[in-house]
Structure formats: C-alpha cells, structure tokens
Ligand binder design. Sequence first.
Ligand code: ZN
Length: 478
Amino acid sequence: MTTMNWLQEVEKRKDDLISTTQGFLRIKSLLDPSTAREGAPFGEGIREALDFVLEQCKQAGMTVKDVGGYAGHAEFGQGSELIGVLSHVDVVPEGDGWTSPPYAAEIVDGKIVARGAIDDKGPTIAAIFAAKLVKESGLPLSKRVRLIFGTDEESGWQCVKTYFETEEMPTMGFTPDADFPLIYAEKGLTDLTVLQTHEAFLGQQLPSADSPAAQLLELASGRRMNMVPDKAEARLLPMGMGAEELIQAYEAYLNDSGMKGKAECSNGHVLLHMEGVSVHGMDPGKGVNAGTELIHFLGTLTLDARADQFVRFTEQYLYRQHYGEALGISHHDEEMGPLTLNTGVIQYEADGDALFQLNIRYPHSLPFEKWSAIFKERIAQAAFVFEVVEHLRPHRVDPNHPLVTTLQRVYTEQTGLEAGIIAIGGATYGRSLDVGVAFGPLFPGRPDCAHQRDEYILIDDLIKATAIYAQAIYELAK
Ligand SMILES: [Zn+2]
C-alpha cells in the first residue's frame, strides 16, 4: 500500500497555499443586496469570491459548475458514490476596531489576519489544496469527490437550499466550518412565537381583579430569540398604589435580589428598567434574563386581570425554567444533553398582544411532535397559541458510521491527538448534508475568533488542516 506524507506535500506548496489564501481573503465577500443581479443573488463581492474558487479548481483540472451564483462545485474522481466537502465563501460584516485592515490579509505573528480567515475562507482554500493534492497524487479513487461552495451561510442558507434542489446529495461528507476533532450531532432548533391576542384573553371571561395596585400598560424585552435578553422595560399605571410607593417597592426588590435596574416616574406612569446578562440562547442558564426577572417582580404586585394572568403564566412556565421543566417538556439525552428553552423576546401590550418568542433546542431522542403537543396543551390553558417561526430537526450521524470513524482515525494519525466526537446545541453547515459532520478547522484550545475583530488563522494550523483534509478526502474516496 502507498503511504503518503500529506503534511510534507502541503509544506512543499506552502507559499502557494498562503498567497492563494491571502488573495481570496482580499475579496470582500459580504452580502450586498444593492449589487445583486441574476447570477449574483447575494451581490458582486460574493460572486467574485465564488468565481475565484471555481477558477482555482478549474485550473487544477476539476469539473466545475456554477449553480446560478447560489453555490458552485468542483468535482474529480470516479464511481457512483460521492464524497462532499462543503464550505462557504461569504463572510459577516467586519465591524470596528481592527488592528490591521480586515481585507488586507496581512501576516502578523504567523497569522493571516482578515475577515473570513477562520470562517470560512481559509478552510475553503485548505479544502481546495487538499483536493488538488489528492488529485495530483494519482492515487486511485473509487468514488467521486465534490467540493461544494455555499455563498450565504452567514445569512439564510438559501445557497444550500437552492443548490440541493437540483444537485446530487453526497453519499457522505464533511464541512470544514467549525471545530476539530469532529461534530457528529446537533440538537433540533425551534424558534416559536407564543401568543395571546387581546380577543383570546377576553374570550376566557376571567373575573376582573379586585382593586389592583397598578395596571401593566406595556412590557418589552429582547430582540432575538437565540439570545438571553439583557434589558427589559415595563410601564405601569398606578392605581391602588401611588407612583412613589411603586418605585420604592421596586427599589427595595432590586436591593434584596441583587438585581440591577431603576424606576422612574414619567407622565403619571411608572417606568421600570431591569438589567440582565446576555448570553447565547443555547445555554440560557448561564445568563440572567432581564425580561423574566422583571416579571418576577411584577408577581409581587396585585395587577389588572390580564397582567395577572400574563405574570402568573411567565412565573409558572418561563421564570428560570431553562429546561422546560414546568411545561412538562424537559428531557435529558445521554449523548446530546438536555432540551433547553430560552425566552428571547417578550412583548406585552394591555390592549394588544401578549407574546413570547422562544428558542427551544432539543436532542434527537425527543421527537418534536411529542414535546410540541405537550407544550401546545399547557399554554392553551392560558389562551396562548404558538406558531413555529423556524425549525431545524436534530442532525446526527451514527458514531459508528465509517464517515465518523475514518475522520477520527485521520485526525489522530495527523495530530497524534485523541479524536473525541462532539455533540452540540448549535447548528453547523454539516447539517445541510444528509450524512454530514463538521470537521475542523479550529483546533482544540485555540480561541474562537470567528465573527470577531482581528479574525485570523494561524499559518501552521492552515497547513495542518490542509494535510488532514487531504488524507480525509483520500481515505473517504479511495
Ligand atoms: Zn462559517
């Protein structure tokens, strides 16, 4: 059998690898609707980046195809089965505070610094060079290899949706767009709107409250379902209690609870502000939800009938209920961990809607149909209904699947490190493949600089990743 020293082969092409990566990073491949056109649905920058990678592959003798500017691919090898390597050429906006220009791709301390360096343009070039190495090696392959380039991974994934409407789904594949060693399982992701209209409230014909201390006029917290909100604001109309008294009660509450916030009087109303701690919605227990914490205070007051129901509903089902316990949907999976629930947005208007926007992430052993039926029944008791805004089913490849075991072996052979496999609560590009995992490029212990200022890839890591991908492509396709 032939043994290739993949790392040595990459080292020989090091200068070319670096300069090609730099050239690619200098294209500002940012979503730009103002230059969108037929064949360039996400604008000229992304179009240019797609052309760049297709040209690289074409020069290497691969068969390339452009799928309407939504995505493209480059193929080589032979056989009925297809190995896919899926990456993306678009980037997120650069933001401020860079110490070297975000599209200059300067080399600083052994790093290439640029927007997209680690996510995902550096790894895209690594995959292309890896494929070129396999192709040039002349080693026999029994499968076809296809590099697939997406163009709007950072926004709506319209690229892969459109691409797979007409193009072949790989037998199996990986995406170099997350972490090493390997991510084989991802939770299901659900964004829900939970709504009680004013009519639905009235339809319950609840008795009106006895001498309320105040009426809740409105409450607002959060803007994104997948973030724990760090701000909340409520407006109260003093009734049984005076404005000063309400303010004092709130201040005393803040004092006792150690929460941060303030109260003020404005036009005869009392405004309450609460501050929390924002974290990603995949792990809501690590943050402090300003919205539900503010409502917890409102629970100490006697409010008008609608607010009373709204507050009790929140207290019972959402206040510090990060795992859906009181809703009866909590579930812990050995492999993938617990169902998590984040209350990302809360909006209440006395004469309008009361709504929550929730991000629920669930493991594969708990079917969506099962938990959503329980959820629906629970919230109906308070005249709430829900609507699914977005739903991605759980994604998992059997840990014994040859895709997983082969990549684990390759990783260990190339790095000398153990290749544990990872289940996550987030979503990687890997889930757009039927049988797909995320495989690199970020090595364990490296800080994740994706989407941040001074994003970079270490040149040593770029080289190492290229060698890993080369062996991976070969082993999967041989
Ligand atoms: Zn990415």
